[in-house]
Design a protein around this ligand. Sequence first.
Ligand code: HPA
Ligand code: ZN
Length: 411
Amino acid sequence: MGKFSPRAVAGALKKRPLPAENAFLNTESVVIRITSIRETVRRREKHGTDTPEELHETFESRNSMRSDIRRFIRKIPKAELHIHLEGSLEPELMFAIAERNGVELPYHSVAEVRRAYRFTSLQSFLDIYYEGMHVLLQERDFHDMTAAYLARAHADTVRHAELFFDPQAHTERGIPLETVIGGIHSARVEMENRTGMSTRLIPCFLRHLSADSAMASLEDILRFRDLITGVGLDSSEVGNPPAKFTAVFNRARAEGLHVVAHAGEEGPPEYIRQAMDLLGSERIDHGVRCIGDPELVERLKNGQIPLTVCHLSNVRLRVFDTMADHNLKRLLDLGLRVTVNSDDPAYFGGYLTENYLAAQEALNLEPDDILTLARNSFLAAFLAPEEKGRYLEELDRFVSLFPHTQRGKRQ
Ligand code: HPA
Ligand code: ZN
């Protein structure tokens, strides 16, 4: 039985008519379109060719089916746990902020900026990413960047978002941390009040800088302890192992902060072990290179340590050659707690819906896989049990409209 297959969707229709507010899924039309695709494929297999009319019809059907799946993915309640706010700075906003701040960009147009976004590795991206954030000078700039991301996330039915940002990338340029946090915080409060969406802040240390610099940054961050949920570790991975930051993370944990770390994006499985054993990392950001170490995979599975996977990012940074080569589905099938995230959506070509959709298409994800990914995102969040329960109930209500996706319910 295939994903979003006629039998599965028809079964769902028979057992429970969809209420009007869920008309977005337009289930009946999915059944009709899939059936028509199937018939065309069968005819093609039998006769070896299509009439131009059939080809056109198949093309149209595929396009509309894709839009139904897109709506299903967009509407499912979900959390985002790996998003760098500075990586959500779209070129249009970058230009607008540059202009009002009198900052000159090394590009003449938005199109030229986008043309520069051709990466060959993590470092080739980071060079451009740090350059882009030079336009951020005032509290208002951090506010506008954050508000733009949150609006985009809300449109994707992101009910909860844990937001990374890079304090040292700004304080090193002479921007006080109160400017950075002030802007980010006011945007999240506005969004929470307007939509009920919840957010958390996770400042990250830049691992290409020294441990002393990270420790000084932590002390600076602790002035805003009440606004901060945890700390993370990002930037150039290879050559900067988690072990370098053991003392910093010991101090953060002593303050009761949650801990996450990028590991196993480009770096070896050993870095994932260090992140857990030396830093106390509760989730692993990326972590996709664990696959080379079966014992580590077993440990991640047994401990249900969440991996915040960002596959559009991985393909754009050449961690995998193509989306079809990505191991997200493999990790999911192995029983790991995989989540889907957008990382730096302005640079990698997609927010959360695009990430789910790219995986669904390239890796043939079933509806149950999508539900499991959404469920994992809440299970892996740094939320109080009652908040988690509230989101999981909302997800269950969504699931109950689709009886063919019961596996998602059992997780
Ligand atoms: N990896 C490491 N550092 C980063 C990333 C990433 O994917 N995005 C922003 N900083
Ligand atoms: Zn990242």
